[in-house]
Design a protein around this ligand. Structure first.
Ligand SMILES: Cc1cc2nc3c(=O)[nH]c(=O)nc-3n(C[C@H](O)[C@H](O)[C@H](O)COP(=O)(O)O)c2cc1C
Length: 359
């Protein structure tokens, strides 16, 4: 099967086409440093052709959720180094997902001295979980000034350099699911009237600048990006000329010759469908490696690879619940079901205790 064949992604050889999708698991220490439990979790899943880590913040300002890791200080670099060593030791490859939460945040989750920033001062609807005080209403974020934008882009660069120092094979910029980069792209969260808002082209500027700068710092073939056209998560909306906007963005990212675009389709999780048309527009405009994700099983993945929908296929919940997913697929062994109640709870339960076939 194509799924189990080697794939050469620029300078990086992947032992198969199965990618472990990025998944926030909220198992980091309270001070947002990675720990040995996380090392175990990622090492258990090292048979993936490529692991993409949970969303990890490039800045104290991007730590919107409780117990998510960062990659902006030495302690975090040292912690992540243990993770990459453990994965490499077993022949795996691992990219760091850089996720700045922007307005998807609450002060109760954030370190002292940080601030909640976003393209525009528009709050999310509803409430979010905090360890300190339970459910809390989303606050109105501060609209980023040009200085904030420059500073934040610099933080992405430092974090990407830290990722390389920590031994990662590359980074994935989280441009999907309503987090900071997506907040710039989407009209629901961006009503700016300067060079970073207004037309689709201007709303893509932040994404393109971050990608350009990170690629220049660590190498274009070590820099990927995740995008979610038609994504509805975190209050994102379908906006006019959506497909043209993503086509433009993909063509600009193609000029940068990034390592890949990772396309999210969360229709299997209740989000609006992502048309084949927009997926192929992105693929054609980009002209590079595409990772398909969302709702795949072994058969659907093989079909997607055969039809050229993607070069690689990412699996989220199946990898979460099956450390030996590759073996189970290869030998047609039934999968463990994911336990939703322990997706984001601290400790090893529902994290490192999913059994392998042998166990
Ligand atoms: C517990 C959990 C946490 C997630 N966290 C992230 C994240 O940090 N970054 C991201 O881009 N997507 C995140 N996702 C989305 C997954 O990467 C993936 O797109 C989604 O689960 C659909 O794929 P699946 O059907 O294979 O599970 C998360 C999904 C789950 C289930």
């Amino acid at each position: 099967m194509k799924l189990f064949s080697i794939f050469q992604m620029g300078p990086i050889e992947l032992k198969n086409r199965l990618v472990m999708a990025p998944m926030t698991r909220c198992r980091a220490n309270n001070d947002n440093t990675p720990n040995d439990l996380m090392t175990t979790y990622y090492q258990q899943r090292c048979e993936a052709g490529l692991i993409i880590t949970e969303g990890t913040s490039p800045s104290p300002n991007g730590l919107g959720y409780a117990r998510i890791p960062g990659l902006f200080n030495q302690q975090q670099v040292d912690g992540w180094k243990k993770v990459t060593d453990a994965v490499h030791e077993k022949g795996g490859k691992i990219f760091m997902q850089l996720m700045h939460t922007g307005r998807v945040s609450h002060p109760d989750n954030m370190p002292e001295g940080s601030e909640i920033i976003a393209p525009s001062a528009i709050a999310m609807t509803g409430e979010m979980y905090t360890d300190k005080n339970g459910m809390q209403v989303y606050p109105v974020p501060k609209a980023m000034t040009i200085t904030d934008i420059e500073k934040t882009q610099q933080e992405y660069i430092y974090a990407a350099e830290n990722a390389i120092e920590a031994g990662f094979d590359g980074v994935e910029l989280h441009g999907a699911n309503g987090y900071l980069i997506d907040q710039f792209i989407n009209t629901a969260s961006n009503i700016r009237v300067d060079a970073y808002g207004g037309s689709g082209k201007y709303r893509c500027r932040f994404a393109i600048e971050v990608a350009t700068k990170v690629a220049a710092a660590i190498g274009r073939d070590r820099t990927g990006i995740r995008l979610s056209p038609y994504g509805a998560f975190n209050d994102m909306e379908v906006f006019p000329e959506l497909e043209e906007t993503y086509e433009y963005l993909a063509s600009e990212l193609g000029k940068l010759r990034l390592a890949y675009i990772h396309i999210v389709d969360h229709s299997s999780m209740g989000a609006p469908p992502v048309s084949d048309a927009v997926k192929s527009k992105i693929r054609d405009a980009f002209g590079g490696v595409i990772i398909a994700s969302g709702g795949f099983d072994k058969e659907l993945a093989e079909t997607a690879l055969e039809n050229g929908v993607g070069d690689l296929v990412a699996f989220g919940r199946p990898f979460l619940a099956n450390p030996d997913l590759v073996k189970r697929f290869q030998e047609d062994i039934a999968l463990n079901a994911p336990d939703f109640d322990t997706f984001y709870t601290p400790g090893e339960k529902g994290y490192t205790d999913y059994p392998t076939v042998e166990e």
